[in-house]
Design a protein around this ligand. Sequence first.
Ligand SMILES: [Zn+2]
Length: 447
Amino acid sequence: MRRLMGIIAVVLLIGIVVIVLFAPPFERRPPRIELAHVGKFLGASTRLTVRLADRPAGLKRVSVLLKQGKREWGLCSRTFPTGVYEARVSVTVKPKAMGVKEGHAALVITACDRSLWHLRKGNTRTVRFPFTVDFTPPTVQILNSTRAIYETGAGAVLFATSKDAVKARVQVGGLSFKAYPKKEGDRVLWAALFGVPPHAIGASLVVEDQAGNRRVLALPFHLLHRRLVRKTIVVTDAFIQQKIRPLLPPESRRLPPVQAFKAVNEKLRRENEGFISSVASRSSGDPQWRGAFIQMRRSKVTATFWDQRTYLYRGKVVSHSIHLGYDLASVAHAPVPAANSGRVIFAGFVGIYGNVILIDHGLGLVSLYAHLSRMNVRPGEEVEKGEVIGYTDSTGLANGDHLHFGIFLSGHPVNPLEWWDKRWLRGRIASIILPYIRECHVQDHRS
Ligand SMILES: [Zn+2]
């Protein structure tokens, strides 16, 4: 009898130990802590998100501290109700306002769970994330910029920054134009080309360092008015049958005429322009163009940049569009020259633009050739100014054989007319960024 009791007692004891060791309320794994923040810097204002998880016991408490030397600042402390297994805690750190000095600091995150382990104190994990505190924005000096810019036209800016600047852009209204850097001694030289839409009200230069600190400077220029053309285009049933319906996906080919026209002229146009813009925004840094751009020989201009088109079908206004290039008509299947030297970044079919070639000339500048028949080049190929890259046609949404020629800066269309003009190019662009171009050439020779 006593032996039996002894065995039962031992089994019970083992049972209790097993429960304590393996039962969920006694789990021994501390919470998981992750910091969702890219980079190793804390800028003037940095938002950090801490992700916490604990199963099966659940989260109990978290605290976030900033430590520098012997000083520490509590950023956040939270207690979770029972049943919380995952949580996100966001804190905004403003080191300067808190009195933290620039230099090394660490974020210390401590979290504990609701386990009954450690005499009900739970499991605790502490993680230390090292950071560099930097709340001083880069210094910026505008060296030169285009003073007079036509509506729909372009300008350039040359500026120098301290070495900590990592990215910069020119902001014109809602449009952003990338600036390209070149290290030059203990400063960085930058150049940017930017476009100015009609009625633009000024531009700004935005320069950022690794810590996300920004310096914003006004980029003043005088806006010159340009007369824009309005055109009315009559849409016929024959045009809808021959040019519109083939561009529609099979399920939309039976749409009534006006809906079919709008599906192509509005929806498909938006998609195609979005695609071209995204490809054209992938430009390399070094300017590869030499001198003015070439306009296709013996061609007649049949449409200009920013023409505002109104479409009439059976006497009624049915749609609108803005023409984002120049139309150049010559003989059928006329040879199309590369307007300047560069690298082909796209050659293929793009809906209303038909067969399209995009050439990157560097520094955000890309030229476009649309409605082509045959294309002689492939993406990745380097082309020389004047080299025949394809032949004209009327592929896509084109009424007759012609070349649609476009110029893009950081993916945004600008007036091509200026780029054909040697004097404009020298006076308003090349002379502004000349030191940058020279620096590119120096580095070419070094490498
Ligand atoms: Zn066109």
